[in-house]
Design a protein around this ligand. Structure first.
Ligand code: ADP
Ligand code: MG
Length: 285
């Protein structure tokens, strides 16, 4: 079942001439894990706001086309419908903090209060999601007195606790070290396996390659390429449009010039693929 359905979406922020999104059509199946990549200013955050309904409900401006999430057109969706169907983890976790609560525990419970979850049910749900995101020991801390990485986990927890059907994440690992990144990707993949739909903006291509079902490359507000990680992350057009490649892809691309990479083999996107390919390349006469 298609759960996110964008048809010919064009959007301009107020008082701007240029569209931040230009004729974007996108269909996401329930339970799919879709990653979005693209250079600065490509429109990645704007796409997140659009799917999450912040456009047009918070950001005004000019929206053309249709945006349907869980069967409801976003212009028609009530606040409660939107909160139940889609949760957005902001690019800057600081923007996520409510400012209304003194502890991390209360901060995570805050969204549940608004959803009308009973007082009796709340602590168990908050504790469960804190354990899942590895922040149990932060429960009594102030949401403001945390490192960037800790804030990112709290931001993720405060959205996950509401169990949205669609989870939208805007660069959720930007402040995390490799261990934290692995943990967060693990959590998100588990949510996807349990049926949550995930749309994630992410620059760490090795992780995108290992976890995403599908990759969308955005540039200048348009979809430049779309497909499996293996297809999109080795697409030469990306290099012409200021995208990077993963180090494994780049290494093999160089290796191919020196005949170290088998000429008929697709470029790798993960370490495993790189290793297999280079071994084969080195065995050749
Ligand atoms: N609040 C805003 N008002 C006006 N223009 C904006 C606003 N936010 C973003 N833009 C513009 O929209 C375009 C896309 O931005 P954004 O979605 O933030 O890109 P990305 O997340 O890929 O870096 C950029 O040209 C940016 O300058
Ligand atoms: Mg952004």
């Amino acid at each position: 079942m298609v759960i996110v359905d964008l048809q010919h979406v064009t959007y301009r922020y107020p008082m701007t001439e240029q569209s931040a999104l230009e004729d974007v059509s996108l269909h996401i199946e329930e339970g799919e894990f879709v990653a979005v990549i693209g250079p600065n200013g490509a429109g990645k955050s704007t796409l997140c706001y659009t799917v999450a309904g912040f456009i047009p409900h918070f950001f005004k401006g000019e929206l053309e086309g249709t945006v349907e999430v869980a069967g409801v057109e976003s212009r028609q969706a009530s606040l409660e419908q939107r909160v139940r169907s889609v949760g957005l983890v902001f690019q800057n976790p600081f923007n996520q903090i409510s400012g209304a609560k003194y502890t991390v525990f209360e901060e995570i419970a805050f969204g549940l209060e608004n959803l009308g979850v009973s007082r009796a049910e709340m602590p168990a749900r908050v504790e469960q999601v804190m354990a899942l995101t590895g922040i149990t020991d932060l429960a009594e801390r102030s949401p403001y007195a945390l490192s960037g990485g800790q804030q990112q986990r709290v931001a993720l927890a405060s959205i996950l606790v509401m169990e949205p059907k669609v989870l939208v994440l805007d660069e959720p690992t930007s402040q995390l070290d490799p261990v934290g990144t692995r943990e967060v990707f693990g959590v998100i993949r588990n949510m996807a396996l349990r049926g949550m739909t995930v749309l994630m903006v992410e620059h760490k291509l090795e992780w995108v390659a290992a976890f995403a079902d599908r990759v969308i490359a955005l540039e200048n507000g348009r979809i430049l390429a779309e497909g499996t990680p293996a297809e999109v992350l080795t697409d030469e057009r990306l290099l012409e449009h200021h995208f990077g490649f993963s180090r494994y892809t780049l290494a093999a691309r160089e290796g191919r010039k020196e005949a170290l990479w088998p000429p008929d083999r697709r470029l790798p996107v993960t370490l495993d693929e790189a290793e297999t390919g280079f071994r084969e390349g080195l065995r050749r006469p």
